[in-house]
Structure formats: structure tokens, C-alpha cells
Design a protein around this ligand. Structure first.
Ligand code: ADP
Ligand code: MG
Length: 238
């Protein structure tokens, strides 16, 4: 079971509340996109799910378990960031294997999992290369591979394509969607790009200044925006 539930989730930095109480029940295998302008709280929300930010109040459940007090390593999640965060001095293989080594997996299991992920992502020819010897798209696939090998219950993406040029962004978007369908892993994906959100989401959370203004399927949100903000950001022209 890889449901994710957020219950009246709030976050303050000092005295400033930046997330004002977000509620959502995410089904097993669902692809949820958190979309909104810069500074609206997308990353903060995702980082609370990941365990990279503490929760000020409210609850995060993953697979039915309350995880507020759990370390990121113990949450059954894997995160893909915008800047890839690959280790420059390590080969592609070692970058993908790193998390599994830390987790104490056997050499045989690591080799098998990395090979399987490399096959899915079509990066088998690059396993001995260093990140600097790869294109932007290839690096992004390695970052995906590092998440896949851990076989997490939930993928968390924070603007993973923003550093790529427009053409590659569209291509990688399709690849991510295809991969998520094949693997069936519950996913939360953050972007400021409305088109990306519309393309990827089963349901999207439209965020506005720390609130979920609307949650729904892309076409539903597009056709029936519930607030003036959503209408301006996503909605169909009047
Ligand atoms: P987004 O990802 O949508 O661009 P963020 O979640 O990064 O937005 O930021 C939401 C708000 O929280 C912003 O006003 C930002 O300045 C503030 N914020 C984020 N991280 C911190 C932090 N570590 N300390 C103080 N304020 C922060
Ligand atoms: Mg952000």
C-alpha cells in the first residue's frame, strides 16, 4: 500500500506561516502534480512529505503509517531534484548504487537493481561514465535511476526538468509519465509549469500563497476553476 494522506498540514518558518493547512488523500499509484507560482510553498509541502522539513502541525501518512517523526531514509520515498544532485567524482553506476550501499544491500542485489533500472532508462552504455560526460537528459535519467533502484513506495519530484531546454523537457515529461505508468509508483510532482501539470497529472493541487486553492483532474480544474486565482493560472479563457 502506497497511499499518501496529508491532514491539515501546516508549516511556519519563525513566526511566518507559509503552508496554511493542506488536506489530500492520494490513492495508490496516483500521479499528483503540485502546481503554482514561485514562492507559493510547493517545495516546502513536498519536503515535509520527504521528511526534509519538520511539520509545524498536521499529519503526514505514507502507506497508512504516520511518518511525522520518521527520518527521510525510513519513509519509503525517493526524491528527484531539479539540480540532479549527482556525485561528480562517481561513475553513473556508483551514483545509482550509492543509496543501496548505504542501506547495506549485497553487491549482487545492487548490480541486479542498477542493471534493471539502467535498462528501463536506456542508460546502459553510460554506466562507467562520470556525470560531466553526459548530456542534460542523460543526467536526468541517472537521477531517475537513483530513485528507481531503491524501489520506493512513493516518488517525490521537485521541478526535475527545469534545467533542461524546452524540447528535451517535453520529451522527458513523456518519459517520466510512461515510466510512472509502468512502475505504478505513487508520485508527487512539483512544477510551476501549467502545461507540464496538465500533461502529467491524474489530479493536480493548485497552490496559491500556501493554500491548496483547488484539487482535481486537469480538465475538471481547467473547465471549472473554483477561485479567481485558479482561473487566471490554469482556467479556460472566458
Ligand atoms: P516554491 O517551491 O513554491 O517556490 P517554497 O516552498 O520554496 O516555494 O517557499 C514558500 C515560502 O516559504 C516562501 O515565501 C519562501 O521564502 C519561504 N521559505 C522557504 N524555505 C524557507 C526557509 N528555510 N526559511 C524561511 N523561509 C522559507
Ligand atoms: Mg520550489
Amino acid at each position: 500500500m502506497a497511499t499518501v494522506t496529508l491532514e491539515n498540514l501546516k508549516k511556519s518558518f519563525g513566526r511566518t506561516e507559509v503552508i496554511h493547512g493542506v488536506n489530500i488523500d492520494i490513492a495508490d499509484g496516483e500521479f499528483i502534480v503540485i502546481v503554482g507560482p514561485s514562492g507559493c510553498g510547493k517545495s516546502t509541502l513536498l519536503r515535509m512529505v520527504a521528511g526534509l522539513e519538520t511539520v509545524t502541525s498536521g499529519k503526514v501518512f505514507i502507506g497508512g503509517h504516520l511518518v511525522n517523526e520518521r527520518e527521510p531514509m525510513d519513509r519509503d520515498i525517493a526524491m528527484v531534484f531539479q539540480n540532479y544532485a549527482l556525485y561528480p567524482h562517481m561513475s553513473v553506476f556508483d551514483n545509482m548504487a550509492y543509496g543501496l550501499k548505504i542501506a547495506g544491500r549485497s553487491k549482487a542485489e545492487i548490480a541486479e537493481r542498477v542493471a534493471a533500472a539502467a535498462h528501463v532508462l536506456q542508460i546502459e552504455p553510460f554506466l562507467d561514465r562520470k556525470p560531466r560526460e553526459l548530456s542534460g537528459g542523460q543526467r536526468q535519467r541517472v537521477a531517475m535511476g537513483r530513485a528507481i533502484v531503491r524501489k520506493p513506495a512513493v516518488f517525490l519530484f521537485d521541478e526535475p526538468l527545469s534545467n533542461l531546454d524546452a524540447k528535451l523537457r517535453v520529451q522527458m515529461r513523456l518519459e517520466i509519465k510512461q515510466l510512472q505508468r509502468e512502475l505504478g509508483v505513487t508520485s508527487l510532482y512539483v512544477t510551476h509549469d501549467q502545461v507540464e501539470a496538465m500533461t502529467l497529472a491524474d489530479r493536480m493541487i493548485v497552490m496559491n500563497e500556501g493554500r491548496a486553492d483547488q484539487i482535481g483532474a486537469p480538465l475538471e480544474v481547467y473547465a471549472n476553476p473554483q477561485t479567481v486565482f485558479v482561473a487566471g493560472f490554469i482556467g479556460s479563457p472566458p
